[in-house]
Design a protein around this ligand. Structure first.
Ligand SMILES: [Zn+2]
Length: 69
């Protein structure tokens, strides 16, 4: 488990790594430019190929927060 923590209902820039050895994305790191934290607990970045949840490596609070239309 990663030790990245989120506050609820905020946008973060997140980097995440695929730890699924069976996946073509294995050990690749992805950046999510606008990741919404929802309730701050259920924060998952899912691999588009294997559908596993990636390990969240870093989370940087966006400042300013993006405008939501
Ligand atoms: Zn994967």
């Amino acid at each position: 488990m990663s030790d990245v923590t989120f506050q609820p209902a905020l946008y973060y820039e997140v980097t995440a790594r695929d730890n699924n050895e069976a996946c073509r994305n294995y050990e690749q790191t992805f950046t999510v430019a606008e990741f919404y934290s929802n309730d701050g607990i259920h924060c998952y970045v899912q691999c588009g190929l294997c559908r596993h949840n990636m390990e969240i490596l870093t989370a940087t609070l966006l400042d300013p927060q993006p405008e939501v239309s």
